[in-house]
Design a protein. Structure first.
Length: 283
């Protein structure tokens, strides 16, 4: 069975939390009308991203008022929602920290996964956020094992390969990609999908926010590295079907995951230890 997914590149005119939630509600309504069972939105989609110290004002616990509203929207339209927000949490040292977070709410309004961005991008992130410490956050949806990353995370091949090794079949990546880095959306993301043999949905912001101009180019990419759908520069809702059978067909032809030389990689990761072939030669 295929999974019908809507990818919301918007809102183009980012506003306060209420305005952004209203835009999310509209997108959920349109996604449900298009037959989608899940809606994916961009990085920091509810709060805004390049908003300076407003990030700290708008941050709240994972189960705070933003979650309650998104939960209501999900139940109202009968579909799961992936959304980005600033998560306020208590640190292990007793103070408060804020994470660049993504949460998944199912159609019943229940939280099923929460990911905190692990690779922070420049001062835009580091000035306000604490990096997350858990890379592999997964959940099951529509017969696919899903994983979460955020924006800059996907630009590191190790992160995507770690997901592939952990069984992720569909990687969901909310992002806030700005110009002049369009190459990430057009070349790097398809490469990640191909080299690790999984579906990637990369859902970007659009329009201008403070100092940033977001480049759009939201896409759904197949394990073959080909686009299943791609947006332009402006607000848009894409709806696409992900077919698990396509993943099986691609992995049968493109056997990179099975053909890796783990015995050689081990010596790179641990130069002090002998490789398997060296151990066999010593015998």
């Amino acid at each position: 069975m295929t999974v019908t997914v809507s990818l919301y590149q918007g809102p183009e005119l980012a506003g306060d939390v209420h305005a952004n939630l209203t835009a999310l509600d509209d997108a959920a309504r349109n996604a449900a009308a298009a037959g989608a069972s899940i809606l994916v939105t961009p990085e920091m989609s509810v709060s805004g991203y390049d908003i300076g110290d407003l990030v700290l004002e708008r941050a709240e616990p994972f189960d705070g008022p933003i979650f309650e509203k998104v939960s209501t929207i999900a139940r109202s339209h009968g579909l799961a929602i992936v959304y980005g927000y600033p998560e306020r949490s208590r640190s292990t040292l007793g103070g408060e920290v804020v994470f660049n977070a993504v949460q998944v709410v199912d159609a019943s309004g229940r939280s099923v996964a929460r990911y905190r961005k692990t690779h922070l991008f420049g001062e835009l992130d580091r000035a306000h956020f604490t990096p997350g410490s858990e890379l592999l956050v997964q959940f099951d949806f529509g017969g696919l094992r899903c994983g979460l990353l955020t924006c800059y995370d996907v630009e590191f091949p190790e992160t995507v390969r770690a997901h592939a090794d952990a069984g992720t079949q569909w990687l969901i990546v909310p992002t806030g990609l700005m110009t002049p880095f369009e190459i990430i959306a057009t070349h790097v993301v398809p490469t990640r999908a191909y080299e690790s043999q999984l579906f990637v949905t990369y859902v970007n912001r659009c329009g201008t926010e403070a100092s940033l101009t977001y480049c759009g180019l939201t896409c759904a990419v197949a394990p073959s590295g080909t686009d299943l759908a791609r947006a332009g520069a402006h607000e848009q809702l894409l709806t696409v079907d992900l077919d698990p059978a396509e993943l099986l067909r691609s992995r049968a032809v493109n056997t990179h995951l099975d053909d890796r030389r783990h015995d050689l990689y081990r010596t790179v990761l641990d130069p002090t230890g002998p490789s398997r072939s060296e151990q066999e030669t010593d015998r």
